[in-house]
Design a protein around this ligand. Structure first.
Ligand code: PLP
Length: 432
């Protein structure tokens, strides 16, 4: 085996990992294989990325062809046809008039880009005083310094300074009363009024944007209470605050429609995406922007002037665009989002069927997403880590945050995969 000393793994207990590494060497369809030749059912689409499962030949072919034709497309002052083609495909599936797209290389970059767009939009309209951001406890908005300021995950921020000034957090939406409720809980729409309270306290016209994940993913799948997102939208409209949905996890069919915005019937002003945009094959993110915001910003700059002093060397990289176009083509041609909607009730029923296992404290779920909270062990996240190890040994790959097990099977999963995920969970969690 390779020397494991030199690589520092992200979000991983490195010393433990190196004593007992989990090395993935091959993937196809719903499965990974590890370096010991063992098959693992992928219960979380890699990391919420591989909605089509692994190893789709169409994506391989598109990326290979693109590499042969144009391996890099200088992104500032130049471009290549793939950027426009992919943006056009995205415009066909995004809600409302969110039909302009800025490309990034990750979800974290999408979040930081969206924050800058919000600030710039207000500034060009003569409202440069809007510099505050509102986000929420238990949110994950990536790991770059601006996104970390929005983050509502203590561990992700506590060691990294005070963050951007002027960021305040609404309360999270986990409520005791909604425990073990499938889908949207009845209680908690009024938690959105935290935004109104901030508007009252700081002045609504000092707030640039409110960032939320429609379903908070990384902290254990917190589904929005009924009426909550609608109320956020109303409060934003009342005060001219931009509403930003971070759909890095929920984007591209996870909730049965292209975006959770459409599933919940609430149209934001900006949407951040990444992950399943390219089926996780080539790193790429994007920000979807309402037409009026794009027009306002571009219209305010002189004709020969750069409108947005922002961008990445790899914005709209040709290989990422090729992977994105191939992925979006499959989503459309194979009706993948509809398939996701069809499988979801079965998935939810099977996952909620685990509720009587003694170690399980709560289950939440929507679409092809579910979070299972375990009774905490002695140390922070200890029981969650034990679950991850035991599930891996039993042939199932999941995501664990602290003591929550998170499931997000590929949208191409069959019922038999869902059965196997839930049977393995029952077997392992019953003895944990
Ligand atoms: C909602 C949300 N936003 C942003 C990110 C950051 O994405 P990335 O890891 O690609 O930077 C994630 C990652 O899981 C996420 O779940």
């Amino acid at each position: 085996m390779a020397n494991l000393d030199h690589y520092w793994l992200p979000f991983t207990p490195n010393r433990l990992f190196k004593k007992d590494p989990r090395l993935l060497v091959r993937a196809e369809g719903m499965y990974f294989w590890n370096d010991r030749g063992e098959q693992l059912l992928d219960g979380v689409s890699g990391l919420f990325c591989c909605a089509l499962g692994h190893g789709r030949p169409e994506i391989l072919e598109a990326v290979t062809r693109q590499y042969g034709a144009l391996d890099f497309g200088t992104p500032f002052q130049y471009s290549h046809p793939g950027t426009f083609e992919l943006a056009g495909m995205l415009a066909d599936i995004t809600p409302g008039d969110l039909n302009r797209f800025f490309f990034t290389c990750s979800g974290s970059e999408s979040v930081d880009t969206a924050m800058k767009i919000a600030l710039l939009y207000h500034r060009v309209r003569g409202e440069g005083q809007r510099q505050r951001f509102v986000s929420r406890e238990r949110s994950y908005h990536g790991v770059n310094m601006a996104g970390v300021s929005l983050s509502g995950m203590v561990k992700n921020r506590e060691c990294f300074g005070a963050g951007l000034p002027g960021v305040v957090h609404m309360r999270h939406t986990w409520l005791e009363e909604n425990r073990f409720t499938p889908g949207q809980g009845e209680h908690g729409a009024d938690l959105a009024d935290d935004l109104q309270r901030f508007a009252d306290l700081y002045g609504g016209d000092t707030i640039a944007a409110c960032f939320v994940e429609p379903i908070a993913g990384s902290t254990g799948i917190l589904v929005p209470p009924r009426g909550y997102l609608e109320r956020l939208r109303q409060i934003c409209d009342r005060h001219g605050i931009l509403l930003v949905f971070d759909e890095v996890i929920t984007g591209f069919g996870r909730t049965g429609k292209p975006f959770a915005s459409q599933t919940f019937g609430v149209v934001p002003d900006l949407i951040t995406v990444a992950k399943a945009l390219t089926n996780g094959t080539v790193p790429m993110g994007a920000v979807a922007i309402r037409e009026a915001i794009y027009q306002e910003i571009t219209g305010s700059a002189p004709e020969v002037g750069i409108e947005f002093f922002h961008g990445y060397t790899y914005s709209g990289h040709p290989l990422a665009c090729a992977a994105g176009i191939a992925t979006q083509t499959i989503y459309r041609e194979e009706g993948i989002f509809e398939r996701s909607a069809e499988l979801a009730p079965f998935f939810q029923e099977r996952v909620f069927g685990l509720r009587e296992i003694p170690v399980i404290r709560d289950i939440r779920g929507f679409g092809l997403l579910a979070g299972i909270d375990l009774e905490p062990g002695e140390g922070f996240g200890q029981r969650g880590y034990a679950a991850l190890q035991r599930l891996y040994a039993a042939g199932l790959l999941v995501r664990v945050t602290a003591d929550s097990v998170i499931l997000a099977p590929a949208l191409i999963a069959e019922r038999e995969h869902v059965d196997r995920i839930c049977d393995t969970l029952r077997e392992v969690l019953s003895t944990l």
